[in-house]
Design a protein around this ligand. Sequence first.
Ligand code: ZN
Length: 594
Amino acid sequence: MWIGTRGGLTKRRGVRRFRRGALSAWVAACGVCLPATMVLGQGDSTARTDEPEPATLVVTNALIATMDARNPRAEALAAQGEWIVAVGTVDQIALHVGPETKVIDAGGRLVIPGFNDSHCHFRGGAELLRSLNLYGVDTIEKVLALVKERVAGAAPGEWITGSRYDHTLWGDRWPTRADLDKVAPRNPVVLRRASGHSVWVNSLALERSGITKDTANPPAGEIQIDPGTGEPTGILLESAAGLVRVPRGADISPVERHRQRKDDLLAGLRHAAELGVTSVQSSSSLEELELVRELKADGLLTLRFNGWLRLADARGLTRRGIRSGDGDLWVRVGFLKGYIDGTLGDGTAAMFEPFADREGFLGLPTMTQAELDSAVLLADRNGFQIGVHAIGDKGVHMVLDAFQRARLANGQSDRRHRIEHAQVIHPDDIRRFGLLGVIPSMQQTHCTTDMRFAEKRVGINRCKTSYAWRSLLDSGAVLAFGTDWSVEPLDPMRGVFSSVTRTNIQEMQPKTGWFPEQKLTVWESIYYYTYGSAFAEHLDHVKGTLSVGKLADMVMLDADLFAIDPERILDVKVDYTIVGGRVVWDRARQRSGS
Ligand SMILES: [Zn+2]
């Protein structure tokens, strides 16, 4: 094996003897007990202990952005099994190379901690990898052509399902069932909108679901009605989407279904590894966590999976002795997830003032304040971390109130409750994130996707404190970043690009960024996608920075994010993904087909 130096890195011969005090201080600061090993530092205080044990993995000749403020840059690191045991210069780390060590020469490429997607719907996203994907299709004609193609390959009467269409891409006119009827007269069609909060169906799907002009709106849902005819238009919002029941392969045996779910998850894992995602915090269930554990036991799990469960199940989970944080560093129970409102794209977020484009309408809150308070109080008392979906300013306010009341009633604790999305925030509520220690769990691409219609929907004033990353950081809050996959693609580069530029990905507008005062630096964008996300799952002591005593979860990129023009961030590819010291993605190998 060979350790070379290129790309402007310096190679120094000889390693100085080390001062024991420096090592203990470092290790103590990490809060983790480690085998005696080496440590790096700045200047001449670095050195080594007795001969270090050979590492299982060494990454060298790299530009390492550790995300650790005490030691932000390094050239090389060594891992022993799952753990990082040394971070330092090329020469220092060379001492860890033994005959069995796998050495990766980065050739001067950038290495950062693996991305931790703090909010995604992993199985849903994975499932969609094999269904009609309408993401980013920018005209209704193209959407209909894709549906027509599916219909041509289906038997009459067979359901056609698709998802991630976004009508705001083609002028914000809601599509109708008549549009779909033209291309699918004999097949029921149900297409889920990008947000996942509404569906667009054709006439046959309405008929099969028994939805007529006389069907009442379900609670917190709306069957959109044509004001002229009084007939359903084919758009079903929020809970009304649940009125459409697509028969799910009743002929599939449980064994077959189990296999299919496993296959879906494996496809999702491959996708994540390619994109450099080494941890996810995902909607889940106890059954699914069991399935993920099976994959782990089979040696097939290539990322760390934190699954969130339902807030409504707090009582039942408590009875079963289940808590947030149960599990291990691979498969874990996350927070309990609740919802307080809908979305901006669907026009169902809960607002203080009516939507700018819908007179008198304040959105669709899913719970009263009293209901939310008691659900939060109970879960908090039983030791759960809580994350509540809130998008409108009123929704966010209600959740902050509920968290504040729980804290008053149950006492202060390090629960790290979260607000999922936190998109439109009342100016007076921003500082409460910092004060209450509430984590805004945000998805940067929601900003750059929504900004095309946000001003029209909520008016320019409310946009000033929307997707307000900078203001939230100034409040003292720790952000956690993610994608909401499959609402948005899982690719972290889109998120980094979005928070650095606040420019939309479709048209690359506006050039200077939408409300540019809320932009973040490249460092911050990565930091809150790695360390911030780890903090949000109570795992910042073992994840999120490349430091001694933390897990060896990292990615190597084909370009230096800190040096390139921000517009090029979208083209950056992941060359290596390493999880727990094991290579789970190697682009060169993929290319050569080996
Ligand atoms: Zn979500």
